[in-house]
Design a protein around this ligand. Structure first.
Ligand code: HEC
Length: 81
């Protein structure tokens, strides 16, 4: 995800400022939450990350690209409990 955003900014450097909160705050917080392996913290940070996607879309005047957390699980892998 970070690589995709950074590659995008290399091609569109004018968008770099809008991406700062995403790269500097939301994404590192998400990485930490993954390392903690705590589902509640994960959900909280995932929502914050998603809002950060939309914040950049608003700043870049494409607010109609509205990102939401997935409503259904795409992977066929399920925990057995
Ligand atoms: C640099 C700020 C920025 C960040 C951060 C950002 N986006 Fe975007 N996104 C854009 C811009 C600008 C467009 C419109 C690109 C265009 O001109 O086609 C876009 C378009 C999109 C599109 C539509 C692409 C298409 O052509 O169909 C999707 C899907 C998307 N973003 C998802 C995300 C997700 C998910 C995240 C967070 C993980 C995210 N974006 C974070 C700026 C950003």
């Amino acid at each position: 995800m970070e690589t995709a955003i950074r590659n995008g900014l290399e091609r569109r450097p004018k968008r770099a400022k809008s991406a700062e909160p995403f790269l500097a705050d939301a994404l590192p917080a998400m990485k930490e939450a993954i390392a903690e392996r705590d589902a509640v913290v994960f959900d909280e940070k995932f929502r914050a990350l998603t809002m950060s996607c939309n914040a950049c879309h608003a700043l870049e005047k494409v607010p109609f690209f509205t990102v939401n957390p997935p409503a259904t699980r795409v992977s066929p892998i399920r925990s057995s409990d």
